[in-house]
Design a protein around this ligand. Structure first.
Ligand code: GAL
Length: 418
């Protein structure tokens, strides 16, 4: 994204506005985010309470829409109109893009004093820093290559945890033949892409995932492996219900919670819905890595960035950053959110079995070099590329493109935004 003159002018107006607000003593941090589902809102409430203890008021700017697409659209409109929020939830390459505008608050002093460099995995820091300086605060680490299942339905149908693609398809077929919905899914581009992430990792493995979705290597995109990925997406399409189109992710989760559907392939924010519904892993639901991706973690880390302001507002931002990086907050937030802490020095004592597995998987993947950014959640390539993938994957999933046409469209789309 290139800084426009209008954007820079608007931002100059903003700084003046913030100074006035500061002179008025209104130390209220306005935060834009997309955490509007039950588990998300419950987790966010912990941060709001912590800030209140630090004497900071939280002005909530929730923008509904999973994956954050709508939130980023609202952010751009707010900035262009000279009225950006003081802090924003943001992912991966969107942080990189906004940092290039030179408008994000420098958090380096706080980061150095609190030794953030020592406790945040390098794969996450890649998105938290610009020119070696901290400009974002990692709140959590989610990962997308998870499957969630209704335990009672698995028990009734005598379905064991699928370890391979073949097992998974057999399990989905068994559920469908029983008259239930095999795969709960929301037909939205970011959700289709989240499914795609796992199928790419299963089919091609970490090296192929990097070549195709991060390096955007044409040979990888035009390979038989990628054709197999798209063909497998059509197989999964055959297991979703007729009303999947446009469904929000948390409504798909509710279908699994109620036992109407057996499986959902989605990031571990899903666990936040199970937790707030009072469900227990191992008893009410099962969590396991998408078959064939067990040794990898496809991550997306929620971070907060802050627009550069002065005076008391700046102090409030630094208090927000410190509150987010507090180890006790990192644990309490992720226990409810379904993520794992961004800090690697947080004990897993308060986490349930899924959380403990998530933390162990993260540490192992970080050490093994298989902690890889999710394309669907903006950690593989910039937004323009991500959106190009979204368009092709969703058109193919909805039957508007066959596999050959999808490959062609993908090659063209990537070339046009490369
Ligand atoms: C992800 C985000 C999660 C959750 C999810 C569903 O991009 O990292 O925190 O909000 O979208 O909206």
């Amino acid at each position: 994204m290139r800084p426009t003159i209008l954007m820079r002018t608007c931002l100059a107006v903003l700084f003046a506005w913030c100074l006035i607000a500061t002179r008025a003593g209104a130390v209220e941090v306005e935060v834009l985010h997309w955490w509007t589902a039950g588990g998300e809102a419950a987790a966010l409430g912990i941060l709001k309470d912590r800030l209140k203890e630090s004497g900071i008021d939280w002005k909530d700017v929730p923008v509904a829409g999973g994956g954050g697409t709508q939130a980023m659209t609202v952010l751009r409109a707010r900035v262009t109109s000279g009225n950006p929020p003081v802090a924003v939830q943001m992912l991966g390459f969107d942080i990189v893009d906004w940092a290039e505008l030179g408008v994000l608050a420098d958090l380096n002093e706080t980061a150095a004093a609190e030794h953030w460099d020592r406790v945040i995995p390098a794969a996450i820091q890649r998105f938290s820093k610009a020119d070696g300086r901290w400009i974002a605060v990692p709140v959590d680490v989610h990962s997308v290559n998870w499957v969630w299942a209704n335990q009672a339905l698995l028990d009734e149908l005598k379905i064991a945890q699928p370890r391979t693609w073949k097992d998974f398809i057999a399990a989905l077929k068994k559920v469908k033949d029983s008259g239930r919905i095999a795969l709960a899914h929301g037909g939205q581009p970011w959700q289709d892409a989240t499914l795609f992430d796992s199928v790419v990792m299963l089919t091609g493995g970490p090296d192929f995932y990097r070549q195709a979705l991060i390096d955007l290597d044409s040979e990888a995109l035009d390979s038989d492996t990628m054709r197999e990925v798209f063909d497998r997406m059509l197989v999964l399409r055959g297991f979703v219900d007729d009303n999947f189109s446009g469904r929000d992710w948390n409504l798909a989760t509710a279908m699994v919670i109620r036992g109407e559907a057996a499986f959902q392939v989605m990031g571990d924010w899903v666990k936040g819905e199970f937790i707030t519904a009072g469900k227990v892993p191992g008893k009410d639901f099962a969590c396991f890595r998408f078959p064939g991706t067990e040794n990898t973690v496809l991550f997306n880390s929620d971070q907060f960035v802050m627009f550069r302001v002065g005076g008391e507002m700046r102090e409030a931002q630094l208090k927000l950053a410190t509150a987010i990086m507090n180890p006790k907050f990192q644990s309490a937030f992720s226990v409810i959110k379904g993520s794992v802490p961004a800090r690697t020095d947080v004990p897993d004592a308060d986490f349930d079995a899924c959380g403990k597995q998530g933390m162990a998987d993260l540490a192992r993947a970080d050490a093994a070099g298989t902690l890889i950014g999710s394309m669907a959640h903006g950690h593989a390539a910039p937004a323009a590329v991500k959106n190009a993938f979204y368009d092709v994957i969703t058109a193919h999933f909805n039957g508007e493109l066959d596999t050959e046409e999808a490959i062609e469209e993908l090659l063209d789309a990537v070339e046009s935004v490369r």
